[in-house]
Design a protein around this ligand. Structure first.
Ligand code: KIV
Ligand code: NA
Length: 263
């Protein structure tokens, strides 16, 4: 198979071929994801919680992100690799350009950042200069203190409208992907239909163009797993089997099922 590019993902969206993304952090898991044909890898700043033991993503540094992007890159030559921009490393467009450059040089093909219309100018500046951007709306964990907890976003009509308008603004600014986290399925569908970039859902129902899960949740390493996640190791009894089942169930639409979806 050829390496996955932004064009591959747009084609999947046009052809309504669901694809999958896994957030993971090291070379052996990255190599296994390549073998499984996982299209997109996210080196998420979730690593602050899943690997480093912090209680949020806020302490994560550029150095930690670079260390893990390099490791994931060494394990894989086919998947499209996204690297998260940590908290407050893209507060201004200039900061974003400097820090996104470092993540790209570490081996990422795309950077991901959280936020709505306020990051649209930054997204455009990065895109114009050759750095693809994945936007992230809904529950944006770097804002957990401002949101008052890890909770579903966009249940009220006005809040849903803000998220939809943010998505449209980011699409126009040139974002190439959009993560939608913990929003009602109906809102995720409305956004997916309204934007040209593919959408990747986590706790966003089954109508997005793709799904993303964190490897720790797929493998049952999380003590209190979120409602939207699924332990695929239980029914497969091997790590490659669990990854393959996640990929198959995402592509067929079997995952997520009703119990994982917010309304
Ligand atoms: O950091 C991460 O793993 C993420 C995903 C949960 C989307 O941002
Ligand atoms: Na993240």
């Amino acid at each position: 198979a050829k390496p996955v590019t932004v064009n591959t993902l747009r084609k999947f969206k046009r052809e309504k071929h669901k694809f999958c993304c896994v957030a993971l952090y090291d070379a052996p898991m990255s190599a296994m994801a390549q073998k499984t044909g996982i299209e997109v890898l996210l080196v998420g700043d979730s690593l602050g919680m899943t690997v480093l033991g912090y209680d949020s993503t806020i302490p994560v540094t550029m150095e930690q992100m670079i260390y893990h992007v390099e490791a994931v890159k060494r394990g894989n030559s086919k998947s499209l690799i996204m690297g998260d921009m940590p908290f407050m490393t893209y507060a201004t467009p200039e900061q974003a350009m400097t820090n996104a450059t470092r993540i790209m040089r570490a081996g990422a093909h795309m950077v991901k950042l959280e936020g709505g219309a306020w990051v649209a100018d930054t997204v455009k500046m990065l895109a114009d200069r050759g750095i693809p951007v994945c936007a992230h709306l809904g529950l944006t964990p770097q804002s957990v203190n401002k949101l008052g907890g890890f909770r579903v976003q966009g249940r009220k009509a006005e809040q849903a409208e803000v998220i939809l308008n943010d998505a449209i603004a980011l699409d126009k600014a040139g974002a190439d992907l959009l993560v939608l986290e913990c929003v009602p399925q109906a809102l995720a569908k409305e956004i997916t239909d309204a934007v040209s970039m593919p959408t990747i859902g986590i706790g966003a129902g089954g109508e997005t163009d793709a799904q993303v899960l964190v490897i720790n949740d797929i493998l049952g390493l999380t003590e209190q797993p979120p409602k939207f996640s699924k332990n695929f190791l239980v029914e497969t009894a091997s790590i490659p089997g669990a990854l393959m089942k996640y990929a198959e169930d995402t592509r067929s639409g079997a995952f997520p099922s009703e119990e994982h979806i917010f309304v």
